[in-house]
Write a protein that binds this ligand. Structure first.
Ligand code: AMP
Length: 540
């Protein structure tokens, strides 16, 4: 029997229209690459997104066509999210930190027709254009006064000129909720990047779950500042979450250093933020250096890489800010789990609570997960057995965009994340490694993440990486690479002694090397493939 409910499809444009209608005066504040602060309201943002939809229609943009962005978190990028997807086209966010060849590959693979870029990326756009024949028009995200003289960029125009004079009313088309809305390529540390194509439905369901109290706990009383870039899996859904709940949105543009962020947090009274551990480590140092305190910031989400427990403790104890740990990936939109205590766990001793919160968290409704062994057999949720983490759900990828063998990726009904994890009896999942990074020593598995977390808890250590290096006797043994904080020294023996009593003896690295820096991927993760190559011949 069919239900008697309105079959209204889930639509991205409806989120902004909701905010424009019910929170018209709530602000969106952006720091722009042009060096100024821009301030307007949801009502004005929606009017401009509608103007953009008119402009794109006039350019002949059809549903399903890909339009790329090369941009920081700003109000214009926010308008592109809604104007492009609302029209039925696909907003393809490019990560400017990728290698040049990867960007060329991605733009051509996606057949991007238009490319919107910030002033910062003008030199990059000029370099890319000759290699990207599908891009008919390059649009500078600024006013016409910033257009460079004599540029060779095809069809170059300014975004403000594109919008000028367009009507502010627009009838958004009613789209199939499963239609593609946005596209993001994974960073691809080994292979070529792969495109994950999000739908209107997946985006809205993901955002709704993200708002839940045990996840982002987003509210109309919040002021949300996504440090996570809008080119990293749609800034973890925050550009949808904020208008959905009517929260004020603060967009930091290119200023992601401690001083710029702190200034914006304070000036705009930010209450909630989200980003990768590297950002918070930088901000923590800045706060400590000036003995500063936040006046309104109370909680942040840290994800994208394991959050060191030492970072959580420092934010809580020194800055009175709660860090919630979350896990996800491009293929999961990205939220899969978030870490908050269950009923009764707040009565546990503090150390036990901290150990629970250091895990990657519990699944949010909509995501199902399991861990399996090498033969695909499900493993127990006892917090000890670890295996490959598999996930499924309405915002989990079913196939990559343009994959040569459609249907294979999730033929089992599950998506294999490539992460190795445990799940405890309360449902808290803990990533112990990427399957490629796990160290196999004498038949036992050693978690490189656990060792890295311990290493960065040492006061002299700024960053640490642990990789497996071939050993005749054990097949692999852990090698620790450490970047020291400026002006700090510590001996190798002291460094290794720091692990004693904290992990099983066989897990303690066999050697430590002090290095000036560690390689990172375009999304800020440690580039372990590079490290394994560099230290492949290491003699114990
Ligand atoms: P990406 O698709 O580039 O966002 O990368 C996703 C991968 O980042 C995951 O498969 C994990 O290996 C890693 N990751 C994300 N969040 C966390 C976290 N909280 N702790 C540990 N690893 C994480």
């Amino acid at each position: 029997m069919q239900a008697l409910m309105m079959p209204a499809p889930l639509q991205i444009a409806a989120v902004l229209e909701h905010a424009a209608h019910w929170h018209p005066r709530t602000e969106i504040v952006s720091r722009l690459p042009e060096g100024i602060i821009h301030r307007y309201t949801y009502a004005e943002a929606a009017a401009r997104a509608r103007q953009l939809a008119h402009a794109l229609s006039a350019l002949g943009i059809k549903p399903g066509e890909r339009l790329a962005t090369l941009a920081w978190n700003t109000h214009r990028h926010f308008e592109l999210y809604y104007g492009i997807s609302g029209l039925g086209a696909v907003c393809h966010t490019l990560n400017p930190r990728l290698f040049f060849d990867q960007l060329v590959f991605i733009i051509n693979h996606a057949h991007d027709r238009l490319l919107f870029f910030d002033l910062t990326f003008l030199p990059l756009a000029e370099k890319l254009a000759p290699h990207c024949p599908t891009v008919e028009k390059w649009v500078l995200l600024a006013g016409p006064e910033h257009l460079p003289a004599g540029s060779q960029l095809p069809g170059l125009c300014s975004y403000e000129t594109l919008l000028a004079g367009q009507p502010t009313a627009f009838e958004w088309p009613v789209l199939d909720e499963n239609a593609a809305a946005s596209l993001c390529y994974t960073s691809g540390t080994t292979d070529q990047p792969k495109g994950v194509l999000f739908s209107h439905r997946s985006t809205l369901l993901h955002a709704l779950s993200a708002c839940l109290p045990d996840c982002f706990a987003a509210s109309a009383t919040d002021v949300i500042l996504p440090v996570v870039p809008m080119f990293h899996v749609n800034a973890w859904g925050l550009p949808y979450v904020a208008p959905m709940v009517g929260a004020k949105l603060v967009l930091p543009g290119p200023g992601l250093d401690g001083a710029s962020l702190f200034e914006l947090f304070e000036a705009e009274k930010v209450t909630f933020s989200a980003g990768v551990p590297t950002i918070w480590l930088g901000l923590l140092q800045f706060m400590r250096d000036g003995q500063r305190q936040f006046s309104t910031l109370r909680r942040t989400i840290v994800g994208g890489a394991a959050c060191p427990p030492a970072l959580m403790a420092a934010f809580e104890n020194e800055l009175n800010v709660t860090i919630r740990h979350a896990w996800g990936m491009t293929e999961t939109s990205p939220l899969g789990t978030a870490g908050t205590l269950k009923a009764g766990q707040d009565a546990l001793p503090k150390a036990e609570q901290d150990a629970i919160l250091a895990k990657q968290g519990r699944v949010i409704f909509g995501v199902d997960m399991k861990i399996v062994d090498d033969t695909g057999q499900a493993l127990p949720h006892d917090g000890r057995a670890f295996g490959d983490l598999l996930v499924r759900g309405p915002w989990v990828v079913s196939d990559y965009f343009g994959a040569p063998n459609p249907g294979q990726l999730t033929a089992s009904g599950w998506f294999a994340t490539g992460d190795v994890a445990t799940i405890d009896p309360d449902g808290f999942m803990q990533i112990t490694d990427r399957s490629k990074d796990v160290i196999k020593s004498g038949g036992e598995w050693i978690s490189s993440i656990e060792l890295e977390n311990l290493a960065v808890a040492h006061p002299a250590v700024a960053e640490a990486a642990v990789i497996g290096v071939a050993s005749e006797k054990w097949s692999e043994r852990p090698l620790l690479l450490v970047v020291l904080r400026p002006g700090q020294t510590v001996s190798k023996a002291e460094m290794l002694a720091f692990f004693e009593g904290k992990v099983a003896k066989f897990c303690i690295p066999d050697a430590v090397l002090f290095v000036p820096e560690l390689p990172h991927t375009a999304t800020g993760k440690l580039l372990k493939t590079q490290l394994r190559k560099d230290y492949a011949g290491y003699q114990w």
